[in-house]
Design a protein around this ligand. Sequence first.
Ligand code: ADP
Ligand code: MG
Length: 238
Amino acid sequence: MANVSIDHVTKSYGALHVMHGVSLDIEDGEFIIRVGPSGCGKSTLLRMVAGLEEITTGTVSIGDKVVNDARPKDRNIAMVFQSYALYPHKTVAQNMGFALMLAGRPQKEIDDRVGAAAEILDLVPLLERLPKQLSGGQRQRVAMGRAIVRDPEVFLFDEPLSNLDAKLRVQMRTEIKALHQRLKTTTIYVTHDQVEAMTMADRIVIMNGGKIEQVGKPLDLYDNPNSLFVAGFLGSPS
Ligand code: ADP
Ligand code: MG
């Protein structure tokens, strides 16, 4: 586990400035949800924390280490995306263990870690199946399993539930929260869904146009929005 510090981070794509000095301290074990309209910079910021996108100015630290120059595989993070491409010809167990195999871990350790993750995610009976033999929710659980076998210090989720139907989305919210209760891994979760943010977050970060509008606990934000944008976004009474 680790805290994450985002300090005066900006991002430009050529002449296009998409992130304007974002600062945020995320505590060890916290479940932070970053929410905001499409195009406000949620994915860009997550990708900078993951090391998949260069930071223009500012710093990102994980634990007490500035990671600006660390490669993705040298940051102890795991990312779950909305399109969780599983390898179609590998079993659930092979999909979950693949990163460990690439890292050269011994097979016994891979089996143990995959087994433990499968217990947590209720995937034990499915370990020998292929992705096409799974439901959407089961595939999403495998994607999470792939992340947790690596025992990361930080989980990054980018709209992980957007491709699921409404009923499954509600169920997966509960599962992800239960997983967090159990593992207590620092989590940054990005969504454009206000309900997801209100029901899952320890703290919500509301973004708009490459800036943070407001940060707070769900009900505090709802009751005390500091701008019309935040009130409108959360549907606070006016
Ligand atoms: P969100 O995830 O909140 O929908 P993004 O972080 O994907 O937003 O995008 C933020 C802004 O940056 C958008 O205006 C988007 O068009 C722009 N952007 C994202 N990636 C690139 C890129 N590789 N090149 C140029 N502009 C980009
Ligand atoms: Mg996005």
